[in-house]
Design a protein around this ligand. Sequence first.
Ligand code: FES
Ligand code: FES
Length: 182
Amino acid sequence: MCAMPGNPNRAGGLEAPSVRAGRFTVSVQVNGERREGDVEPRTLLVHWLRDTLGLTGTNIGCDTSSCGACTVLVGGESVKSCTMLAVQADGAEVTTIEGLADGERLHPVQQAFWENHGLQCGYCTPGMVMAAVSLLAEHPHPSEEEVRAGLEGNLCRCTGYHNIVKAVLAAAGATAAARVAS
Ligand code: FES
Ligand code: FES
């Protein structure tokens, strides 16, 4: 029998997700909504998000864990969701690109990408935005070098990165201004 490690995301400490007929029942807070379902032990988080929950804003751009197109936030930290099993997210809070905007109002990082032409084809953009959100949460006032280093796990085949970095720096400025104004 396949032994799954207990999940530290579960309230109350290490506790394995329940198993039924070789499948695991997971319960994950996704974009503020509790989502539950049975998954195979091998199901990757990215596949559960896209194929089961229909959250197709999270893209798959490689099979080598190197492009970052699949980046989401798990417990506020950016994670390449192709490198994590769905069962490992059991009990966690997951945010995808669909969970960032507040109704019609874009998240400041999305707004900055829009205003600074931080995308062309847009395929890498959800992952870039999620990585940038995580970066700015950790480093609200990054230098250009810190932005470039923080996003080095995310590849863009179109932009040459200049406008992406510009957008992240603009988002940092906008967020700081909003904090001063509030
Ligand atoms: S699809 Fe996850 S890193 Fe490329
Ligand atoms: S905008 Fe096309 S891959 Fe980044």
